[in-house]
Ligand binder design. Structure first.
Ligand SMILES: [Zn+2]
Length: 132
């Protein structure tokens, strides 16, 4: 088991935002675009901390959709003011809302684990035993 001491209280969140293991900061936690490995290949921290754990990641992906839609819509308005192309902004935003959850769900999981570890640090029993 390996656990890098967090540099600050929000270090796990920053690591999760960077797509790294929120516990140790190592890379390679993604099994695919939308899946994390069961545990970190480096520190063995188990990412699923309890039953129904990824509901939190769904909350994060909802926030990401809102952020990306807001950036698209408000950015589009500011860049084209006063002749705002409302329909392309709206339809582009709807397409964005449909695509973002599929592209960023894995990232939302690492963010969620980081957010959770920020407030509830890892416990010893949450590390998988090393395989011999
Ligand atoms: Zn790790």
């Amino acid at each position: 088991m390996q656990q890098s001491p967090p540099r600050s209280r929000i270090t796990p969140l920053v690591r999760g935002l960077r797509g790294r293991c929120p516990n140790c900061g190592s890379r390679g936690i993604f099994a695919s675009l939308n899946e994390l490995h069961e545990s970190c290949p480096t520190c063995r921290f188990s990412f699923v901390r309890e039953e129904g754990y990824w509901v939190g990641a769904m909350t994060v992906i909802f926030a990401l959709v809102l952020i990306f839609f807001g950036l698209w819509f408000i950015g589009g308005m500011l860049l084209t003011w006063p002749d705002v192309p409302w329909n392309p902004l709206l339809y582009g935003g709807l397409v964005l809302n449909g695509i973002v959850p599929f592209l960023l769900y894995g990232w939302s999981k690492s963010i969620w684990v980081g957010l959770d570890l920020t407030f509830f640090p890892a416990r010893l029993e949450e590390f998988r035993p090393a395989e011999d």
